[in-house]
Design a protein around this ligand. Structure first.
Ligand code: 13P
Length: 236
């Protein structure tokens, strides 16, 4: 199972970033990808050759007058293999699905894997309404994209992220999502679940037909992360 650790805007310095990676190394879990803040990427990529690293964001253009932005080309050049796109925390900062679509295309052009976050922004129980939202989101996000080989979809509704204290998504809804996506895309696509994955609930999701997890807060807590990894190791 693929585990992607999204560190978000953490830890506060390189010393702690190195400490965390050294801890990850001891877990000896081969399918662990890490998305640290940009500033740590060159150092971590150089020092930890056996890990797969990615960025938490890119701009949709290759270069130009975009103060404060980083392009897909740049992160590819330093050795990143993937990028997270359409994270709900970026959507809250004003990013639209249309922009995310351009970013996916830019990532594809640079041969990067797009880990595309997906899901409803509010908790909705009505499956019909949910499917309408998923369909709309899918159609905008993947407009003009035919090949899903370099795309990983992370079902991670924003309401379910740990900071919102409403997650995780009930298993039944994740199952509905898996059903829906299977009908939507004919080709094989890797699906992750994300949102309030904790040591106490990870087992709940291990028998689902998913390819792994996108983990935020708990990836920064060594003791908890180790429990999560060990529980996953038991089933793979
Ligand atoms: P939590 O695991 O803290 O809910 O965060 C999920 C996330 O945003 C990963 O991208």
């Amino acid at each position: 199972m693929l585990i992607i650790a999204n560190w978000k805007m953490n830890p506060l310095d390189i010393k702690n970033a190195l400490r965390l990676l050294n801890f990850y190394k001891k877990l000896k879990y081969k399918d662990l990808w890490v998305a640290p803040p940009y500033v740590y990427l060159p150092i971590l990529i150089k020092r930890f050759k056996n890990f797969t690293f990615g960025a938490q964001n890119i701009h949709y253009e290759k270069s130009g007058a975009y103060t404060g932005e980083i392009s897909a080309y740049m992160i590819k050049k330093i050795g990143c293999k993937f990028v997270i796109i359409n994270h709900s925390e970026r959507r809250k900062m004003g990013e639209t699905l249309e922009i995310a679509n351009l970013k996916i295309k830019q990532a594809l052009k640079n041969n990067l894997i797009s880990v595309v976050c997906f899901g409803e922004q509010k908790k909705i129980d009505d499956l019909k309404k949910l499917k309408n939202i998923w369909n709309r989101e899918f159609n905008i996000l993947f407009k003009d994209i035919k090949n899903f080989k370099k795309i990983i979809l992370a079902y991670e509704p924003s309401w379910a992220i740990s900071t919102q204290k409403m997650g995780p998504v009930p298993k039944e809804i994740v199952k509905d999502f898996l059903e829906w996506i299977k009908n939507k895309i004919n080709s094989q696509i890797k699906i992750l679940y994300g949102g309030s994955v904790f040591p106490e609930n990870i087992e709940n999701y291990l028998d689902l037909n998913i390819n792994g997890f996108l983990i935020g807060s708990q990836s920064l807590k060594p003791k908890n992360f180790k429990i999560i990894i060990n529980k996953i190791k038991n089933v793979v």
